[in-house]
Design a binder for this molecule. Structure first.
Ligand SMILES: Nc1nc2c(ncn2[C@@H]2O[C@H](COP(=O)(O)OP(=O)(O)OP(=O)(O)O)[C@@H](O)[C@H]2O)c(=O)[nH]1
Ligand SMILES: [Mg+2]
Length: 436
């Protein structure tokens, strides 16, 4: 079977298994959304009244971007001087959910009646694979809302698809991009693998084959240098190793993923998803949005009445291309989107939480790939701290250009897959907030 046939097969697998389920899920979520909307009207909280007012105010503002830019460029130097006052890498190296996360969401709104539930609408924005859904899954795990059996089944199927797709990318990337010569036994496995038809349910024999491929020295070696696929169609999903190492368990018919496995699983968000998470007297109504270019067109439909934006950036994407547009750098794309958000009149009064995610992968990548090779304007020493400061300043620069008050941006560093640190820290905060 030729290369392009395999790729079509791959797309077909993803579409059928994850998107349809997403669609169904979306229908249910929409139902919930309507119920929640009714509830929300009844509550008529002070908070939403305030927000509506501010959105209307903002809408009537002139939208002269040129003028805005010029004015902000004049203030830029002074703005950067203030950076140090609100962020320092050593003291604020916070895992998500640590000391400030909820506090920052809550800081300017305290309930008049402490028994009254406070509701916050949060948008999670950022490019594909930044880690938006992973962070939301973490928050869900820490809230009173748990993963349903239906969701676990959905993630189980997604994990199996991920294994198949990534093994396929490793094989095709080795053969066609790196042009490695396969041993006769690997070649045989490759030919067998290619016989699996698009819509076929994977049987035990298929799983044995996939396992054998993963265990070959060549495929393992290629996995270790997967950065070589960063700009190609054979990109490897972050965190896939934990699944590839457990094929024996995952192939079992009775397998259902643990919370940790769910958090590591990449199931691309294709439609706007609403998660309602309850933490004692706080309800976070979180919109998880698709991050790929096509999906981003849906973003404006939920811009109204938002209290907080969580903008997620994957730090390790500095050398990667968009899957949907091979020539375009992911980090630059993310900067562009952030710039749009900061200059949007919709969000002049919205709080922004800027989450620099995937710190673990960023540290590892810096050892292999110079930041300067992707961002020629960078002249630092390529250390974690220096490289991070450079990327952070690029984002803050966009906020200044967009005339967004950067002192209202709260910055976090996170490794969203480190479930233990997230939960320990989060418990600490909730205890503080609710005086437990
Ligand atoms: N190692 C590591 N992997 C991460 C981290 N955050 C997310 N991931 C992995 O990155 C992949 C993508 O994460 P998602 O949260 O689904 O990305 P997303 O931003 O929701 O992407 P879209 O839904 O396509 O917009 C998943 O495989 C996650 O397990 C992190 O901090 N470290
Ligand atoms: Mg997502």
């Amino acid at each position: 079977m030729g290369n392009s046939n395999i790729k079509n097969k791959n797309k077909f697998r993803n579409k059928n298994k994850s998107q349809n389920k997403n669609k169904n899920k979306n229908k249910n979520k929409n139902k919930n959304k309507n119920i929640n909307k009714k509830k929300e009207k009844k509550l008529t909280s002070k908070l939403s009244l305030m927000k509506k007012k501010s959105v209307n105010d903002v809408k009537s503002k002139p939208k002269n971007k040129k003028e805005k830019k010029q004015k902000s460029m004049n203030n830029m130097e002074q703005g950067f001087e203030n950076d140090k006052q609100f962020f320092d890498l050593d003291t604020n190296n916070l895992a998500l959910g640590s000391d400030q996360f909820l506090r920052n969401i809550l800081s300017h709104e305290q309930p008049e009646d402490s028994k009254k539930r406070m509701e916050f609408r949060i948008l999670f924005l950022g490019c594909a694979e930044a880690g938006k859904s992973t962070i939301i899954k973490n928050l869900k795990n820490l809230s009173m809302t748990k993963f349903s059996n239906e969701e676990k089944i959905e993630f189980r199927d997604a994990i199996r698809n991920l294994i198949f797709n990534n093994i396929q990318n490793l094989l095709l990337g080795s053969k066609y991009q790196l042009q490695l010569e396969f041993s006769s036994s690997l070649e045989e496995l490759f030919l067998e693998f290619n016989k699996i038809s698009p819509n076929e349910k994977l049987r035990n024999s298929h799983w044995n084959l996939i396992q054998k491929i993963w265990e070959t020295d060549l495929i393992k070696q290629v996995y270790q240098k997967r950065e070589e696929f960063s700009k190609s169609e054979y990109q490897i999903t972050d965190s896939i190793e934990i699944f590839l190492d457990q094929i024996r368990k995952i192939k079992q018919p009775e397998f259902l993923p643990s919370t940790e496995e769910i958090i590591h699983c990449y199931l691309p968000t294709k439609f706007i998803m609403l998660e309602e998470l309850v933490f004692d007297n706080i309800v976070l109504r979180i919109h998880d949005l698709p991050g790929d270019r096509k999906g981003r067109k849906q973003w404006p439909s939920v811009y109204d009445d938002i209290q907080v934006i969580a903008f997620v950036v994957a730090l390790n994407e500095y050398d990667m291309s968009l899957r949907e547009s091979k020539g375009e750098n992911r980090l630059r794309d993310s900067l562009n989107e952030f710039s749009n958000i900061c200059s949007s009149p919709w969000f002049s009064n919205t709080k922004i939480i800027l989450i620099f995610n995937k710190t673990d992968l960023f540290k590892t990548k810096l050892q292999k790939k110079k930041l300067k090779s992707c961002f020629p304007e960078y002249n630092g020493d390529n250390s974690y701290q220096d490289a991070f400061e450079f990327i952070k300043s690029k984002f803050l620069h966009e906020s200044i250009i967009g005339q967004y008050d950067k002192n209202r941006i709260n910055i976090y560093l996170s490794n969203a897959t480190d479930i233990n640190s997230v939960s320990t820290n989060f418990n600490r905060i909730t205890n503080k907030i609710f005086d437990k």
